[in-house]
Design a protein around this ligand. Structure first.
Ligand SMILES: Cc1ncc(C[n+]2csc(CCOP(=O)(O)OP(=O)(O)O)c2C)c(N)n1
Length: 636
């Protein structure tokens, strides 16, 4: 590190940074870029977004006095330079690793992380709350929210803009406009921002035309007059409709977000404006690393890659996302009533193939999960069959829409909840561990949790043919193509046994965690503990007369799920079955009642006691406790 980053190595925190003369900023910019590329190439992360805001972050920390002035990062995926400058330069090497730095702002890491984010479009609301609190307490600090053009499409951001204009107090909003969400930004707002940005190129063009014409005295005069008139007309067109000024903000920009010399004086000026103010900054996603500039979508969130060519090691496996992508595309070929919806996650959810093949039946609605669900409800009322693919964690945003707009009206909408369970390195804000608890209480819904490719297919077919709302949850990672679950049709409320039934104890499992449960049962066999495994398939509805018949053959039942124990399916089954048979003994294994940190999926499964070894140990300990198991091997 020493020789590679001579300037950056002199900065242990903001005090050192503040001593740096502005003339050194360009070198700092390039060292920080190199450092970010280096670390992300090993640990994975949100590369393109971070490379785009290096200059902006340096300018912000140069002008504002963090943490007295509060800097809030929307989504928070672009906070790497902020972390490096605010005392976490050395720890940055541990980015996104277990017990290392988080990839998102974390209050526990630093007082400079004033608000935790991960889900989009919250920064203006949070900032406005801080502004209102400042007004009440009579302090004079500044509140700065940095929001991307993608995050600005989220409903919350627009609700907050509305409120901010009404309050009229000084909130500094930096609009980081790179014309990209994860994929190309979509929607009228995005087109509108492009129109605003066009003013800048137009101004540049105007300047150069003037200079050129001034050199040709006679013709030049006529042309300059002409340009002046065009300018007037364009100005009226471009500025009179400024959304931000109409909302009660001062509007400044667009400014080149990679020109620190331009950014710093402007930030100094807007700092003391009394009303809410928007600084519109144009940046390039992936700036300074050509593979990322060339393909910002791929480098939005990326695993380890080779710095030389930007290539990621290819794996010969199929993920649940790919399985979903294949199935939905095949289904849509046969049925023209099928439509698909993404909330700014076309690539991540695997809907890109569908979008390419059926552009007329595909909708990317922007970062608007709530709208996406109600939009799907509208489609369903008109006889179409909408499939919405949303990450489980982002579905949290739309629980009410599922209840009020879909379930209440018994509409046939299919929710494909990718990234359920523990997602790994993105951590707390991104785990899909609440979906079972949140959705299983909604009347009339079907909630499925398939295991392997065959099971994914069967679940999707069932959902397609079903009536009413169906939610399918599946995790991040490899979807096994084993044949442990044969191609058995889905029977409402019923699951399937995996392998033969000859065990003494019953392990009931949900979705992909079945892989670990199978492994655990093999370990237990080594201790002469024989378990049968029942894969639920249906988290809701559950055919309890069928399940209690099964349960009655056992004395001791373990329920293992990759969701929160609180309100999970285990609690529900235990409650129902033990009312019918009070002698049954239950042990529930799942995610404890806490927010789970970041790390690899394996590390986190272990942390939660869901690795094969941990499941086996828990089963054994529990059996010993109840003396259901006396055969002790190897002195344990
Ligand atoms: C509620 C929610 N939905 C989806 C996402 C996934 N997501 C993370 S970043 C991002 C794009 C953000 O675009 P923008 O705000 O323009 O930032 P950029 O990455 O372009 O800098 C999306 C869709 C999220 N974080 N939160």
């Amino acid at each position: 590190m020493k020789n590679k980053y001579p300037l950056l190595n002199t900065i242990q925190g903001l005090d050192d940074f503040k001593k740096l003369p502005e003339k050194d900023y360009p070198q700092l910019v390039s060292e920080i870029r190199e450092y970010i590329i280096d670390v992300v190439s090993k640990n994975g992360g949100h590369l393109a977004s971070n490379l785009g805001v290096v200059e902006l972050t340096i300018a912000l920390h140069s002008v504002f006095d963090s943490p007295r002035d509060k800097i809030i990062w929307d989504v928070g995926h672009q906070c790497y330079t902020h972390k490096i400058l605010t005392g976490r330069k050395d720890l940055f090497k541990t980015l996104r690793t277990y017990r290392g730095l988080s990839g998102f702002p974390k209050k526990s890491e630093s007082p400079h992380d004033v608000f935790e984010t991960g889900h989009s479009s919250t920064s203006i609301s949070a900032g406005l709350g801080m502004v209102a609190a400042r007004e009440i307490s009579g302090t004079t600090n500044k509140i700065v929210a940095i929001i991307g053009d993608g995050a600005l499409t989220g409903g919350m951001a627009l609700e907050a803009l509305n409120h901010a204009g009404h309050l009229g107090k000084n909130l500094i909003l930096i609009l980081n406009d790179n014309n990209m969400s994860i994929s190309k930004n979509v929607g009228a707002l995005s087109a509108y921002l492009s129109k605003l940005s066009a003013t800048r190129s137009y101004q540049h063009l105007r300047k150069s035309i003037y200079l050129a014409f001034q050199k040709t005295p006679i013709l030049g005069k006529v042309l300059i007059e002409l340009v002046r008139r065009v300018k007037k007309a364009m100005k009226a067109f471009l500025f009179n409709t400024n959304l931000f000024t109409d909302f009660g903000f001062e509007y400044v920009g667009p400014v080149d977000g990679h020109n620190i010399n331009e950014l710093i004086p402007i930030l100094k000026k807007i700092k003391d404006i009394e009303s809410p103010v928007v600084l519109h900054v144009s940046t390039c996603k992936g700036k300074g690393y050509s593979p990322a500039e060339f393909n910002p979508t791929q480098f939005h969130g990326i695993g380890a890659f080779s710095i030389i060519d930007g290539k990621v090691e290819k794996k010969n496996t199929i993920t649940y996302t790919q399985a979903f992508s294949n199935i939905i595309t095949t289904l849509a070929e046969k049925d023209k009533k099928i439509v698909a919806i993404s909330a700014a996650m076309t690539h991540g959810t695997g809907l890109d193939t569908f979008a390419k093949e059926f552009p007329d039946r595909f909708f990317d609605v922007g970062i608007c999960e709530q709208h996406a669900v109600t939009f799907a409800a509208g489609l369903a009322t008109s006889g179409l069959i909408p499939f919405i693919a949303i990450y489980s964690t982002f579905m949290q945003r739309a629980v009410d829409q599922v209840i009020h707009d879909v379930a209440l009206q018994k509409l046939h909408v299919i929710f494909c909840m990718d990234r359920s369970g523990l997602v790994g390195n993105d951590g707390e804000t991104h785990h899909g561990i609440f979906d079972i608890a949140l959705f299983r209480c909604i009347p009339g819904i079907t909630l499925l949790s398939p295991y392997n490719i065959v099971d994914m297919n069967a679940a999707m077919m069932y959902a397609y043919k079903a009536q009413g709302p169906v939610l399918i949850r599946y995790p991040r990672g490899v979807c096994t193509s084993d044949h442990l679950i044969a191609d058995k049709p889905y029977i409402p409320g019923q699951g399937v046994f995996v392998g033969k039934r000859n065990g003494e104890f019953l392990l009931i499992t949900v979705g992909s965690i079945l892989g670990n449960v199978i492994e655990a049962s093999r370990l237990l066999q080594g201790d002469n503990i024989f378990c049968d495994i029942y894969h639920l398939r249906f988290i809701k509805p559950i055919d309890f007369s069928f399940l209690s018949l099964i349960a009655d053959s056992y004395k001791h039942i373990f329920i293992i799920e990759d969701g929160v124990l609180n309100g999970g399916v285990g609690e529900h089954i235990e409650h129902r079955l033990s009312r019918q048979n009070p002698d049954l003994l239950f042990e529930l294994i799942g995610i404890p009642d806490e927010f789970i940190t970041h790390g690899s999926q394996e590390q986190l499964l272990k942390y939660c006691g869901l690795s094969p070894l941990d499941i086996a140990r828990k089963v054994k300990e529990n059996l010993k406790q109840y003396k259901s198991f006396t055969l002790v091997k190897n002195g344990t």
